[in-house]
Write a protein that binds this ligand. Structure first.
Ligand SMILES: [Zn+2]
Length: 312
């Protein structure tokens, strides 16, 4: 049962308090780690400083504690990791894997988009000489970069990076390192062996595997769990005005989150506290029982409302 080589993590962006959707992702990651006898780390993805909300990191940690999702070790902050990201960029530069890009947002507005709605970079700056003065981003070349990977929930998947993503940004023109680079550097730094996170990041995974290959870093196992959406089918987020996790009624919210992950607590656990529910769930956790499809949160205001219902 015990696997000492398992290290998992939850990596929220401290842009606001956790909501039901982020709880589901945290819970899946925590359960997978605890069921494997592994460690579970928390990393604050506060790379995009302007988007972060002061104090949100403390709020998130208090919420995790309140829901019984206790982490191991100290919390890593991406905002303190610029030196590590700079070293990774230097390694990519030394092998000619990146190039400077001076394209502006408006210049790229006409570029084609992929199924996720992201711009597929048309390669404009690939052959440009290095622009010494203009502000520029750094993009990684994606020539012939078809990536296969096996997701523990979604099965075998394939993405052609060159066709479906194009050369992607590893450092932005405003000087901030890109999420794709930071997450790869940090997962390796923290020794993460298993990534369990929301399905909104499923199609980011090939970019991360590609960077791991270029940087000589190990590739963790990946599992992408279903998102919780609102009645309009939108992912719960600050942008879609998802309410923060309630302070009261945690037992009901946890039971709903477990149901969203394909592990509805049995009738005899009705009335059980969070600790008892989590103990039961660790024993019952099977990643193969996690559904592919998102659930709809219809109980986001009143925790004693109806449970989360599967989407049609
Ligand atoms: Zn460009």
């Amino acid at each position: 049962m015990s696997s000492p080589t398992y290290i998992g993590r939850f990596a929220p962006s401290p842009t606001g308090p956790l909501h039901v959707g982020s709880l589901v992702a945290a819970l899946a990651s925590w359960l997978d780690a605890r069921a494997a006898g592994g460690r579970w780390l928390v990393r604050m993805e506060d790379l995009d400083r302007p988007r972060c909300e002061p104090g949100a990191d403390d709020t998130i940690l208090r919420q995790l504690e309140a829901y019984g999702l206790l982490w191991d070790g100290t919390v890593l902050y991406q905002s303190r990791r610029d030196d590590a990201y700079a070293a990774a960029l230097a390694a990519l530069r030394s092998q000619g894997a990146v190039f400077a890009c001076t394209c502006t947002r408006s210049q790229l507005a006409q570029a084609p988009r992929n199924a996720e709605g992201e711009i597929v970079y048309p390669g404009t700056c690939r052959l440009h000489p290095f622009p010494n003065l203009a502000p520029h981003a750094w993009r990684v070349r994606t020539v012939d970069a078809s990536t296969h990977f096996v997701d523990r929930v979604h099965g075998a998947l394939r993405q052609d990076l060159a066709d479906e993503v194009g050369d992607f940004v590893v450092k932005r023109a405003d000087g901030l390192f890109a999420y794709q680079l930071a997450v790869v550097v940090d997962d390796a730094f923290q020794g993460v062996t298993h990534v369990v996170r929301g399905a909104d990041l499923l199609w980011n995974t090939p970019r991360q595997i590609y960077l791991q290959g270029l940087l000589g870093l190990p590739t963790p196992a990946y599992a992408h769990v279903p998102l919780v959406t609102n009645a309009a089918g939108q992912k719960l987020s600050k942008q879609t005005l998802a309410p923060a996790l309630p302070e009261r009624g945690r037992r009901m919210v946890l039971a709903q989150a477990l149901a969203a992950l394909g592990h509805p607590p049995p009738a005899e656990l009705v009335g059980a506290g969070p600790g008892e529910l989590l103990g039961w769930a660790v024993g019952e956790w099977r990643i193969k029982n996690v559904p592919l499809h998102p659930t709809i949160a219809n109980a986001t205001q009143a925790p004693d409302n109806q449970p989360l219902a599967p989407s049609p």
